[in-house]
Structures are given as structure tokens and as C-alpha cells.
Design a binder for this molecule. Structure first.
Ligand code: FAD
Length: 432
């Protein structure tokens, strides 16, 4: 049986690993990967001696199989530490998450947040919130919504929040109870009741080191070539270099709009459906700066619309090996979409200006090297259409031996560990 896997990110690597692809004849399984290296969105790069990922990455997981596998394969082990994340708000810094660390914000802001949260706690539960804006207010009250969570989420998602459905928030937005909100407003205290309070990172190199061993084990089963056209009726995949691969099963981990665009025999209905999926993109501005600017913060979140980014990643603090680099790395994540266009021109200057204003950079002259790159598909945006569209695409492709997997293959807001787990599950199923 011939399996073709498109994409050597965590999901595709998981399928190949569980299929035992490295030990099967090459004709039975091949991975197509258009980039020069595997790991997909988990790749890393360096700028001016500092190591960066494609947006801030850290490892934490609730999947024991993933934990065991990546822990065992990590060539130099994983470095574990408490996550040191901060929020920049109203001109000051408070620990992450905002909602349980109000202490230190201007008194009027704290009052708004506490009054909103206590009033909201007295509101009887009604119909589930229809969208993210409603969910934020229903969960935390008007003050926390207005002073941070609504502007922050608007900036991150780059979509009107009344388009975004909230079913994913349980795992992603920290939800302290009223007791924790009040106590966190009266004094600074440790609040770490969230899944990534402890994080791990490869002890050497960037996040890509976590997935590199899975790619290396596959050797020449990974073909660095791009899926160009898919012929479902003939079950053939045609590549950019001109190869034709026959398949019994194809596992597609590339973004669904790209898959449909490459499917010769996709119906008009399928093309219309995939057009309903929403996502945001990121400009990544990565700066290598004079180490005199080093801070011990790992992440900084910013909701202020004047600040061009929603998140900063201080990746040198991900491991002792990275902190020994000759330059300190500061990476800004700037999301954009058709709803929130962001000009790339002048972006480095705008980011540098904000860093100076926030006290994270002494002077623009401390920037030794700058790099701007794009992540075209960064976050899948959940809308009222998502589940229906993904189900229809899964059924359509499933009829032709094509399985969908991964963050943009299933349009699911998942981290790399869950993408890997989904790949492993599919691979095990196919192996049976
Ligand atoms: C800003 C940001 C922060 C994140 N933070 C974390 C974090 O802290 N921890 C964490 O675990 N995860 C994090 N993630 C999520 C993680 O990066 C993804 O969940 C994971 O990489 C998804 O794996 P995947 O295999 O589904 O997709 P991808 O990693 O996107 O892999 C898909 C692969 O398909 C290839 N491909 C695409 N089109 C073609 C084609 N036509 N032909 C051949 N190959 C093709 C691509 O080159 C790519 O290698 C973050 C993501 C972002 C954007």
C-alpha cells in the first residue's frame, strides 16, 4: 500500500513515524516537503547570532505518548523552567495573565476591573456566549474586557471578535475565579494555575531541535519537493519537479485552501466552502540587539493599539545555551489579515520605537541586525462556519483516500504536540 504524506511538520512526521516509514520500502511511503528542512512551523533560524523560532514556541503537553517520544529522541535533552510571561498595559508591566494580576495597574483601571468582575459574578448564567467578545465580558466582566482582553484579542486575531467563536477558550485563556481576581488586585502574588506554567525547550539550539530527530530518522523518505496538483480520480500526486506519485492513501497536512487550490477535480461547492475558512497571518520582526538590553522575561503581551505587536518573544531565555549567544534576541509578532492590514514598510522602525518606549531597548542604535519574515498561515480563526466546512472537506477527501491532519489541515487551534499526536494516531490507524 502506497502512502504519500504532504508536509513534514509535526503532523506529517507523526504519521510517518507511526507507520514505521523509515523501515518500510521507499515505494510504500514518501513525505513531500517543499521546504529545505522538516519541522514546518516549528523550524528555527538565526539572525545576528540570536536564535529565533517562527513565533514564540515552548513545549508542554498533555499527551503522554508525545511526551515520551520527544523526550526520548531529544539529542541533548530538554530544559524545563517556569514560564516568565508579562503583560504591558497602561504604561506598566504586570505578570501574565492580566486578569489575575491587576495589582500595580492604575487605581482606576483596577477599580473598573474589580467592579466589572464582581457585577458579572452576580449575573445568572444565560445562553452560552455566541462569540469571543461576548465570552470575554461574560467570563471576566466589562472592566477586564475593556482594559485588556478585548483589545488584546482584537489585535491577535486581526478579525472582528463577533466573528470568532469561543469554544477553544477553555484551554487557551486563563480563567481565574473571582477570589483569585480580587486577591491578585490587592497584592502581587504567584498565580500559576494554567497548563503552560512550566515549559520545556531543547537544551541546545532552537525549537526545531525537538522535531529534527523525527525528520532525520526518515532520511530519503522525505523528498524536498512541492505538491503541485492532486488528481483524486486517478489517485495521483504531481510535484513541482515533475514527478508523479501514485497513492492508495494521501495524508494532507498543508493548509486546506492550498490543498483545494491544488486539487484538479475539486467541485465548485468545495472551492466555495474552503473560501469560508478564516485565518490570520504574522509579520515576524526578529532583532539581534546589544546584550546590555537583556531581560529575564520570556514573553510580553501588549494590547495597546499604538504598539504594533501583540506579543514579544525573548527567546534567549528559553535555555541557558541560547542565553549564552553573543546577541540578545527580541522577536515581535505582528498579526494581520484583510480586516487588519499592516504595512511591512517601516515596520522595523515602528517595532524599535515601541521597544524603546516600553523600556526594553535603550536606543535604536543597540539593534545589530534585523529580519522581517511572514507566516502566511499563523492561527486558524474559529468562526460559525469552521466545523461545517472542515466536516464537508473531510468527507469529500475521505472518499478519495485523502486524510486531513494538522493545524491547518484540520483548521484546529492546536500546538505542535497535538499536531504530532494526531499524526501518530493516523499513522497507527493506517499501519493496522
Ligand atoms: C506564532 C505561533 C506560536 C506557536 N507556539 C507554539 C508553542 O509554543 N508550542 C507548540 O507546541 N506549538 C506552537 N505553535 C503551533 C505549532 O507551530 C503548530 O501547531 C505545528 O507546527 C503544526 O504542525 P503541522 O504539521 O500541522 O503543520 P506545519 O508545521 O505548518 O507543517 C506543514 C508542512 O507542510 C509543508 N507544505 C505546505 N504546503 C506544501 C506543499 N504544497 N507541498 C509540500 N509541502 C508543503 C510546509 O512547508 C510545512 O513543513 C505556534 C504556532 C505559531 C504560528
Amino acid at each position: 500500500m502506497r502512502t504519500v504524506i504532504v508536509g513534514a511538520g509535526p503532523a506529517g512526521l507523526g504519521v510517518a513515524h507511526a507507520l514505521g516509514a523509515a523501515r518500510t520500502p521507499a515505494r510504500d511511503c514518501v513525505l513531500l516537503e517543499r521546504e529545505a528542512e522538516p519541522a514546518g512551523l516549528c523550524r528555527s533560524f538565526t539572525v545576528g547570532g540570536a536564535t529565533f523560532d517562527y513565533g514564540g514556541h515552548a513545549f508542554f503537553t498533555k499527551h503522554p505518548e508525545v511526551d515520551e517520544l520527544l523526550g526520548r529522541l531529544a539529542p541533548h535533552g530538554l530544559y524545563r523552567q517556569p514560564r516568565n510571561a508579562w503583560v504591558h498595559s497602561h504604561g506598566t508591566y504586570v505578570p501574565y495573565p492580566f486578569q489575575s494580576n491587576l495589582f500595580g495597574l492604575p487605581v482606576d483601571v483596577v477599580a473598573d476591573c474589580l467592579l466589572g468582575a464582581t457585577r458579572q459574578a452576580a449575573v445568572p448564567a444565560g445562553a452560552p456566549p455566541a462569540h469571543l467578545a461576548e465570552w470575554v465580558t461574560a467570563s471576566f466582566g466589562e472592566g477586564i474586557a475593556r482594559h485588556f482582553l478585548t483589545p488584546y484579542n482584537s489585535k491577535l486575531w486581526a478579525h472582528p471578535l463577533d466573528m470568532v467563536t469561543p469554544h477553544w477558550t477553555g484551554e487557551r485563556i486563563v480563567q481565574p475565579d473571582l477570589d483569585d481576581i480580587v486577591r491578585g488586585a490587592l497584592s502581587r502574588r504567584e498565580y500559576r494555575k494554567y497548563p503552560n506554567a512550566q515549559v520545556r525547550y531543547p537544551a541546545r539550539g532552537g525549537f526545531s531541535e525537538l522535531y529534527r530527530p523525527l525528520g532525520e530518522a526518515l532520511g530519503d523518505r522525505i523528498r524536498h519537493d512541492e505538491l503541485d496538483r492532486l488528481d483524486l480520480a486517478r489517485r495521483t500526486a504531481h510535484t513541482r519537479s515533475g514527478a508523479t506519485l501514485e497513492f492508495d492513501t494521501l495524508v494532507a497536512t498543508l493548509p486546506l485552501p492550498d490543498l483545494v487550490a491544488r486539487t484538479a477535480d475539486a467541485s465548485d461547492e468545495i472551492r466555495d466552502l474552503v473560501g469560508l475558512l478564516r485565518y490570520n497571518s504574522l509579520h515576524l520582526v526578529s532583532l539581534a540587539v546589544d546584550p546590555a538590553n537583556a531581560t529575564d522575561k520570556h514573553r510580553v503581551y501588549a494590547a495597546d493599539p499604538e504598539i504594533p505587536f501583540h506579543k514579544l518573544v525573548l527567546n534567549n531565555n528559553s535555555s541557558p545555551a541560547l542565553s549564552a549567544a553573543p546577541a540578545f534576541g527580541i522577536q515581535a509578532e505582528v498579526s494581520f489579515s484583510p480586516y487588519k492590514p499592516v504595512a511591512r514598510e517601516g515596520l522595523v522602525d515602528r517595532v524599535v520605537g515601541a521597544l524603546v518606549a516600553m523600556g526594553l531597548l535603550r536606543t535604536p542604535g543597540d539593534v545589530r541586525a534585523a529580519d522581517v519574515r511572514e507566516i502566511p498561515y499563523a492561527y486558524p480563526v474559529a468562526t460559525a462556519d469552521t466545523a461545517r466546512v472542515v466536516t464537508a472537506l473531510r468527507e469529500f477527501y475521505g472518499r478519495h483516500g485523502v486524510l486531513l491532519a494538522g493545524r491547518f489541515g484540520e483548521w484546529a487551534y492546536i500546538n505542535s504536540d497535538s499536531a504530532l499526536q494526531r499524526g501518530l494516531d493516523i499513522g497507527k490507524e493506517l499501519a493496522r
